[in-house]
Each structure stands twice: as C-alpha cells, then as structure tokens.
Design a protein around this ligand. Sequence first.
Ligand SMILES: Nc1ncnc2c1ncn2[C@@H]1O[C@H](COP(=O)(O)OP(=O)(O)OP(=O)(O)O)[C@@H](O)[C@H]1O
Length: 299
Amino acid sequence: MKPIINIEGLTKDYGNHKGIFDLTFCVEEGEVFGYLGPNGAGKTTTIRHLLGFLTPDKGSSQILGMDTRTRSADIMKYLGYLPGEIAFFDQMTGIEFLKFMGEMRGLNDTKLRDRLIDLFQLDTKSRIRKMSKGMKQKLGLICAFMHDPKVLILDEPTSGLDPLMQKIFAALILEEKSRGKTILMSSHSFEEIERTCDRVGIIKRGELAATENIHDIKQKRRKTYVVTFDNAVTAADFAKSHAFDIVDIKENIVRLSIMGNVTEFIKSLDKYTVLDLDTERSSLEDIFMHYYGDSETDN
Ligand SMILES: Nc1ncnc2c1ncn2[C@@H]1O[C@H](COP(=O)(O)OP(=O)(O)OP(=O)(O)O)[C@@H](O)[C@H]1O
C-alpha cells in the first residue's frame, strides 16, 4: 500500500495542553479514513496543517510525497478540500462562485460540476448570502469534488445536511473510493463513519488515541437484537428452542446477542409472529464512546 497522506510527529502546541502533539498516521491510496474526536480534540488543527495553512512546531506532513508546508500550491492541483467553516463571497450566486473557483483551477470540463449540482439538488441561482447552512455546505462539497481530485480532505462534510443528503453524500464517497480516491474526513457521526470509512483515527486532547479498522470491527462485533413476539409463551418457546446467547426475556420481549452472521437468527424467526425487531447501540459506537468518555469539552 502507498501512503498518500502522511503525518509524522506533527506537533502544534498552543499552550495549556491545547493543540496537537506528536501525531503520526497515514492514509493509504484508495482508503477512506475517518478522523474522529470530541470538540477541541485537534481535528481542524491537523487538517489546517495538511492544507499548509499552519507551520508545525515539530514534525511534518506530506501529501502525494510533497511536503504540505513548502509545496501546498502543487498539492492543491490534486486536492479537494472542504473547510469546516466555509467563507464564501456572499454577493455571488452559487453558480458564479463555482465558475470563479473553476476558472482559478483552470477547469474546462463542467460535466462533473453539473452532475454534482444535480446530485445535491442545489439551486445555484441563489445568492450565497441568502443560502441556508445546508445549501452552503452543498456548495462547498461541489467545489471540493468538481475538479475530480485524487485526494479529498473534508472537515465535517455532512454538518448541516439533512438525512437524505447525508445518504447521497455517503454514496458519493463510496463511488469516489471505488474510483481509487484517497479521502480523509473528520466527523462527529458514527453512522457516517461506519457507512463510508475503511479505518478511523480517534484523536483526543491532541493525541492519537487509537486507529481502528472498521471492517474488522464490523465482522467481530457482537450486536444485541431485541425481538418482540406476539406473546410471552412464544417468546419463552423461542428462547428455549434455540441455542442463541439470550441476554434476557421480559414477557414477550427477548434480547439476544449475536456475533457476525445473522442468517440462522433470521431463519429461526420464520415460524413465529414477530411484532418488532430492533437492535441496540452498536459496538462501534461503544468503542468510540469509550474514547469520548471523560473528554474535556473546552470550546
Ligand atoms: N490559533 C489558536 N490559538 C490557540 N488555541 C487554538 C488555536 N486554534 C485552535 N486552538 C485550540 O486547539 C484545540 C484544538 O482545536 P481544533 O479546532 O483543532 O479542534 P477540533 O477537533 O476540530 O474541534 P471541533 O470538533 O469542535 O471542530 C482547541 O482547544 C482550540 O481551542
């Protein structure tokens, strides 16, 4: 595997234990890497270094083998970036802004741009100052993707997007991944990370607390299913007729825990009347919450 985004010992000390400290990780070619952590953990600070906006106290970072501090202009040709807070030219309409950004990038082919406008259903004739937060976010996303960059760095990409648009965004990420793109995105949404990422890095108080492989977690995870039967007798019959790991039975509701494949479980329900089937909090969320646990929410 080829590291496309590489961070080595990156340190920016703002004092008072704020900033980032000795961060080391890489994002490999074709990988979607989620960057997760509580408020103030250092995600945006890391991303701003990758964009060449900040000079580290120690350490370095490279994108496509180029140093992010000294070669940011070269890197920009291959990079799509969505900032966490988008500052636009308020007087422009959406399409004027996209044309302006396209010209700056020397973009002649507008097919992809127009496809993205359709995909996100953005009214680009509106003036930016009149746009809602979600509309501005869509504009930022179109701008990040429209030149078909090899590498994407997205700071909280779905912030402000409604659930339908979040799904559309996730599908776009998976499509881009299948085309070999390398993507780093910060997020507060476990669901989004689970839907889209291969690995996740968890940052806490400026330090990398863990990196987890999402595919491994999904395979290994134990999930609790809650089955509501039509009555207590059927619930008890189900529990004693099958060798599932039963957590508890309360009247007509059975909670059971299953690791991995659920085919046998689904088949076993076939002969019963099932009024409801639910899952409890996923272990992915448990893993993440463990790192959030005693975090300082300091901003
Ligand atoms: N220029 C600065 N001067 C001093 N402190 C700063 C500066 N920029 C960021 N910080 C502090 O560094 C820490 C990390 O901030 P950062 O914006 O990277 O967090 P984040 O993980 O992106 O948070 P959020 O999830 O809230 O967006 C915070 O405590 C923040 O207050």
